[in-house]
Design a protein around this ligand. Structure first.
Ligand code: OOG
Ligand code: MG
Length: 255
């Protein structure tokens, strides 16, 4: 219990002060179960500060991400209100340690989900699909971690931007996804890189949410995981994500 409390406090303080900490696994081994306990405690700090949970994110749903970070299991993290950036808005790099950006797909839930659903069933619980960008920022030095470490750190969650929701619920069959910085393409992936189809990612979210006691409520966002490896974000950049058939999404990095 003490390890869990202490670690959640340290991770929260690291986020507040933008001061990285040593990986928790350097000092002691701990289970994935304990890692999710730490994540819950960490998220509770943000909720207590007036930032409710407004969504969830999946991590390592693509091979490119697993290879980049050296981790090979799906993870789930929680998105709080302070992480939300409106489409076309701006994010100050001073609020992060070493932020990276990645192109994603975002779903909007139309109903609470309490059970594990497959990719077909889950469509009945969604009101929109959008191109999205996730900003990740590890609270660990050098962005290095074990699977347990990254789960404890709420899966590097830092900020996210969702584009306009397409209420026609496209099937997301293999479609190119691009991340552009100041109009230049910095990475190209495909919807098929996200667990073969991002709808599968949403189905996995229902499984992981149930397993780890994470709420999936009407009105929440679900980020499906990046299609490509992440790119470091610097100041004064316009960062956008483009998925054929969906409206592009963008934000500005400032300081
Ligand atoms: C962990 C988060 C992974 C994704 O989309 O795969 C993730 C990290 O890479 O720091 O958000
Ligand atoms: Mg991500």
């Amino acid at each position: 219990m003490e390890f869990e409390n202490n670690s959640a406090d340290k991770l929260h303080e690291s986020f507040k002060k933008q001061m990285p900490i040593a990986q928790l696994s350097e000092k002691q081994n701990y289970s994935l179960h304990t890692a999710y306990d730490i994540q819950h405690k960490l998220v509770n700090h943000r909720v207590a500060e007036g930032n409710p949970i407004i969504g969830v994110k999946l991590g390592f749903t693509s091979k490119a991400k697993m290879e980049q970070m050296g981790v090979n299991d799906l993870i789930i993290g929680q998105l709080t209100k302070d992480m939300f950036c409106p489409n076309g808005g701006s994010l100050d790099i001073k609020n992060f340690i070493h932020p990276r950006v990645e192109p994603e797909v975002c779903f909007l839930l139309s109903k609470d989900i309490e059970k594990v659903l497959n990719a077909d069933e889950v469509k009945k619980y969604v009101s929109g699909v959008a191109a999205a960008i996730e900003v990740i920022d590890s609270r660990y030095s050098n962005f290095k971690f074990s699977l347990e470490d990254v789960v404890a750190d709420n899966c590097s969650s830092a900020a996210f931007v969702s584009g306009k929701m397409d209420t026609n619920l496209p099937d997301l069959k293999p479609t190119p996804i691009e991340l552009r910085i100041n109009g230049e393409i910095v990475s190209i992936g495909n919807t098929a890189d996200i667990l073969e189809n991002p709808w599968n990612s949403l189905a996995e979210a229902t499984r992981l949410a149930k397993l780890h006691n994470i709420p999936l409520k009407k009105g929440m966002y679900v980020m499906a995981g990046a299609a490509t490896a992440a790119t470091f974000m610097k100041k004064s950049q316009e960062i956008s994500c483009h998925i054929e058939g969906l409206e592009p999404v963008f934000f500005q990095s400032i300081t």
